[in-house]
Ligand binder design. Structure first.
Ligand code: F3S
Length: 427
């Protein structure tokens, strides 16, 4: 892989040992991928904090957070001093909400450690957005902008809805990008890889957030890691619908890029979306396919007594919190059930200001920032049966926590929270 003079100077230590390690990592990574060069990036979404028990022990034993960055973000056994970051970086989701640790079963000792870790990240210049949805709280790359993002649901949104360019990066490559402003030029950075490969023709109107989640789940299964082009879109989907659609497609398959003809920025027409490609395969999505997806997402549900309703995967928008508040206002969460909603901390602040937190808390629900049950492995004590409005979470939570899961609309979930029973039906 070719390096520019500037990149070679970084590799040779001009900007210090951490930047040299970062450039060495990118050179090895890019070479393994077959990339011909690096590309400049001014936008990273990654993670640098030490929240797992293993990383906490590592930080203590090796003398601090530079050791964690060296080992886990730069693949360097030797501890190197980490300078201020060169690249704008937003922090992804974390393991718990540091402002409500008891409710998530986190000890004070861990909270104190975490606060030091967060202060370290802020000191480097990391933006503490703490969410899997950086695009809803200030990190909104423009069309064509080269990025280095982790988190599958964010990556697919970045590529498809914003028209920016990223592959699904990891902690190491984003760590190196933070220090160098570079990432290998391959995959979805390259025009030809962004063209459609498979075609999906809609035979029905897809409208609700749950329906967009089901469609995404169907398409991910169909195309796996290829690029679907969807035709026949009815009402234009908003941010939350595309957030659920992409997250689901990236869960049942490994989709990182899609086109919705007439909606997404590289698909004004079918021809533009395909970019001259002939479709590898084509499928229709109608009532029978929708029912089959619904049944598959509910295959884990057996007992209808629901212990826990989790909303906010990917992290809820303010519109979704507003909707949840409207659905629950004047009602009460059932004594045998809990309702937890997850959102970025900036949106939690807005929900507080708008009075939605008060409405949800008055009903007996909770709003948490920064994390989710899949990331934190935290659920209310004794949880056996969960209700979800996220196809992504319905895909992962039973496998991660060994619980039964029901999938449905937000209204179905709020109803389950208030009755303690699952009564969801496919409308
Ligand atoms: Fe976000 Fe957790 Fe879902 S990190 S995408 S809410 S699994």
């Amino acid at each position: 892989m070719k390096l520019t003079d500037d990149e070679r100077a970084m590799l040779e230590g001009r900007d210090g040992p951490a930047v040299a390690r970062a450039m060495d990592l990118l050179w090895r990574y890019g070479t393994a991928l077959g990339a011909e060069r690096l590309v400049e990036t001014r936008n990273v979404a990654g993670t640098v904090t030490a929240t797992t028990p293993f990383m906490r022990d590592f930080a203590v034993q090796r003398g601090g957070f530079d050791a964690v960055f060296s080992e886990f973000s730069l693949d360097s056994d030797e501890v190197v001093p980490i300078p201020k970051l060169k690249t704008f970086t937003s922090h992804l989701q974390l393991g718990f909400d540091p402002n409500q640790p008891e409710a998530m079963g986190v000890s004070e000792e861990i909270v104190q450690f975490y606060r030091k870790s967060e202060a370290y990240a802020a000191g480097l210049g990391v933006q503490l957005m703490n969410t899997c949805t950086p695009y809803q709280v200030g990190n909104v790359p423009t069309r064509g902008e080269h990025c280095a993002w982790m988190e599958s649901s964010a990556v697919i949104y970045c590529n498809s809805v914003l028209g920016a360019r990223t592959n699904t990066e990891g902690r190491e490559s984003t760590g190196a990008a933070m220090l160098t402003g570079r990432i290998p030029y391959w995959g979805y950075h390259v025009d030809e890889n962004r063209r459609g490969t498979h075609v999906v023709d809609l035979d029905l109107v897809v409208e609700s957030t749950a329906d967009w989640g089901m469609l995404g789940y169907f398409i991910g299964d169909f195309v796996q890691d290829k690029v679907p082009v969807v035709q026949g879109i009815g009402p234009v989907p908003n941010l939350q619908r595309l957030k659920h659609f992409g997250a689901a497609a990236a869960s049942s398959g490994g989709v990182e890029m899609y086109h919705l003809v007439g909606v997404t920025p590289e698909a004004h027409t079918y021809e533009q979306a395909m970019g001259g490609n002939r479709p590898v395969a084509r499928v229709r999505y109608g009532a029978a396919e929708r029912r089959a997806v619904y049944e598959r997402l509910n295959a884990n549900g057996a007992a209808t007594d629901v212990d826990y309703v989790m909303l906010g995967c990917p992290h809820y928008t303010i519109e979704q919190i507003w909707e949840a508040a409207r659905l629950i206002e004047g009602r009460k969460v059932h004594e045998n059930c809990e309702l937890w909603i997850f959102t970025p901390r900036a949106i939690k602040t807005l929900a507080d200001q708008n009075g939605y937190t008060a409405i949800i808390e008055a009903a007996g629900g909770k709003i948490f920032a920064d994390s989710c049950s899949a990331m934190s492995r935290a659920t209310p004590k004794g949880t056996k049966v969960v209700a979800l409005d996220s196809a992504k979470q319905a895909h992962y939570l039973p496998a991660i926590l060994g619980v039964e899961a029901w999938f449905g609309t937000t209204a179905d979930c709020i109803d389950a929270a208030c009755t303690g029973r699952w009564n969801g039906r496919l409308p």
